[in-house]
Design a protein. Structure first.
Ligand SMILES: NC(=O)c1ccc[n+]([C@@H]2O[C@H](COP(=O)([O-])OP(=O)(O)OC[C@H]3O[C@@H](n4cnc5c(N)ncnc54)[C@H](OP(=O)(O)O)[C@@H]3O)[C@@H](O)[C@H]2O)c1
Length: 230
């Protein structure tokens, strides 16, 4: 049995990852900002024989990350999935942009995943073959030109670079780091007209994570296992 910690597990891709890992018999630390309101997650937890527990964690808040790390204690973590994400403001055009929302996008999607690795490093080091997977986006890639979305795209591009750097810095400690574009997914963020379901995306992400090795650390994948140029 592996131990998986997932951020942003209250809905969308994170919720589905939690469901699939729990069904596969893994130990899941499912984290979210507001456990009291996370009804789908709580119902997953109630049917998982204690293998899935729900923990409060706001990835944009260092104190919240530290308090979650304290709750997890010294449990080895085999897979840390940085999944939590936000759009970073409704309007993101040259003419109309919310700078506070842009800063928030960086806190949640660029700095948050770094802090997660930093705070849970002892847990990762205690695992036999630890892996960190960060859910980013094709909008992170220079090979995917797309107008607007300044806050979202820059935060995702930033976290790709952060993760590539961590892959180098953590190589000697045998911690494998990777990034993934989850597809265009039918969630609150992706909308009903998206290409694939959260089930398809999560199945693909789990399969990529299962295949990660230290030799391939630092790569950016698509949900279907292909390498994403960036
Ligand atoms: N859907 C797509 O087409 C698509 C495409 C490319 C990349 N992605 C990426 O995939 C990941 C998952 O997206 P999704 O489609 O599942 O989105 P979603 O349905 O909107 O869910 C986002 C999740 O992130 C959580 N979250 C937001 N801010 C947080 C914070 N500060 N701390 C902790 N959790 C926070 C939300 O929690 P609350 O319930 O508390 O708000 C929710 O659980 C994101 O990183 C997103 O950028 C999605």
């Amino acid at each position: 049995m592996s131990t998986i910690l997932i951020t942003g597990a209250s809905r969308g891709i994170g919720l589905e990852l939690a469901r699939q890992y729990a069904e596969a018999g893994e130990r899941v630390f499912a984290t979210c900002r507001a456990p009291a309101e996370a009804d789908d997650l709580k119902s997953l937890a109630s049917g998982a024989d204690g293998r899935l527990t729900v923990h409060a964690l706001d990835v944009g808040d260092g104190a919240s990350i530290a308090s979650c790390a304290k709750a997890v204690g010294d449990t080895p973590i085999d897979v840390l999935i940085n999944n939590a994400g936000i759009l970073g403001g409704k309007s993101q055009t040259l003419e109309s942009i919310d700078f506070d929302a842009w800063v928030e996008a960086f806190k949640v999607m660029t700095i948050g995943p770094f802090r997660m690795v930093q705070s849970f490093l002892p847990n990762l080091k205690a695992a036999a073959a630890p892996k960190v997977m960060t859910v980013t986006s094709q909008l992170a890639a220079s090979t995917w030109p797309f107008g607007g979305s300044y806050a979202y795209s820059s935060a995702k591009a930033g976290v790709n670079k952060v993760m590539q750097t961590l892959a180098k810095d953590l190589k000697a400690q045998n911690i494998t780091v990777a990034m993934i574009h989850p597809g265009w997914v039918k969630t609150d963020m992706g909308g009903a007209g998206a290409d694939i379901t959260a089930q398809e995306s999560a199945t693909g992400i789990r399969s990529v994570i299962a295949g990660l090795t230290s030799e391939t650390s630092g790569r950016f994948y698509k949900w279907n296992g292909e390498i994403h140029p960036w």
